[in-house]
Design a protein around this ligand. Structure first.
Ligand SMILES: [Fe+2]
Ligand SMILES: [Fe+2]
Length: 254
């Protein structure tokens, strides 16, 4: 085993130790091995052992499994559900608001949730469950809900984009669409988090599982830019700030 230190002061274990593993798994083992090496070989001097990792560095070093990737995308969806909740409250209490925030939220649902996150589920998870003959009824329901969600998003996007929401019928239609979306997606994502994703690990090999994690990340960066997930999180935070629901402490009971 050879240990080297690169220009950034990071320690690396010689690659040939794990040639057959995909990069996510390999890197996980590298970090684990580095931690072990630090214990076993205290005489190794690191370039700057006191240096705290910067935010960018932490993000660069992050390698996540498919389940964690999909679950943190559900975190983005949950934050958009809060934005939808807030608009539903404004509609039902007859408050006027700027529809552009809701338009942008619906666009994030369309591009990030429907065209990316749900597409991953449909292309990489659902077919494997069908092939394994497992959770097939659940997969059928989840797929039907993806389709229903797309119809609701189109409606929300269209109604939110109308310059004025003075017409009561439009306001009611928008409120109904938001309510239906919220009603469906909370149980939908909770079922995926607690049943589908945990079961996914048992129907693919460890090699395939970690290789998919890499594929998901590559696709995310292709569609949303380098570190695309964090860019989308920042966009959602921006919308929360505009609505005054960004400060987390406001949700703590007094
Ligand atoms: Fe889904
Ligand atoms: Fe999902």
């Amino acid at each position: 085993m050879s240990i080297s230190i690169d220009r950034d002061g990071d320690t690396k274990i010689e690659e040939k130790l794990m040639p057959a593993l995909p990069s996510t798994r390999r890197r996980f083992l590298q970090y684990t091995s580095v931690a072990s090496a630090a214990v076993l070989v205290p005489a190794i001097s690191f370039a700057n052992p006191q240096k705290p990792p910067s935010a960018e560095k932490t993000r660069d070093a992050e390698e996540i499994s498919p389940a964690e990737d999909l679950m943190r995308e559900h975190g983005v969806l949950n934050r958009i559900l809060l934005i939808y909740d807030h608009h539903l409250h404004m509609l039902t209490t007859k408050q006027t608001f700027d529809g552009s925030v809701l338009v942008r939220a619906a666009d994030i649902v369309r591009h990030f949730v429907e065209e990316y996150h749900e597409k991953l589920e449909e292309d990489f998870l659902f077919p494997r469950f069908r092939k394994a003959g497992k959770l097939v009824n659940l997969v059928d329901t989840l797929l039907a809900q993806h389709k229903a969600g797309r119809t609701l998003t189109a409606k929300i996007r269209e109604l939110a984009g109308v310059a004025t929401l003075k017409y009561v019928s439009d306001t009611d239609k928008l409120a109904d669409a938001l309510r239906a979306f919220l009603h469906m997606y909370r149980p939908h994502e909770a079922r995926e988090d607690t049943v589908l994703f945990p079961a996914f690990r048992s129907i693919v090999s460890p090699h395939e599982y970690y290789a998919l994690g890499d594929d998901f990340e590559k696709k995310e960066d292709e569609l949303f830019g380098d570190e695309g997930f964090f860019k989308v999180v920042d966009q959602v935070a921006e919308l929360e700030k505009k609505l005054g629901i960004y400060d987390l402490a406001q949700f703590t009971p007094k």
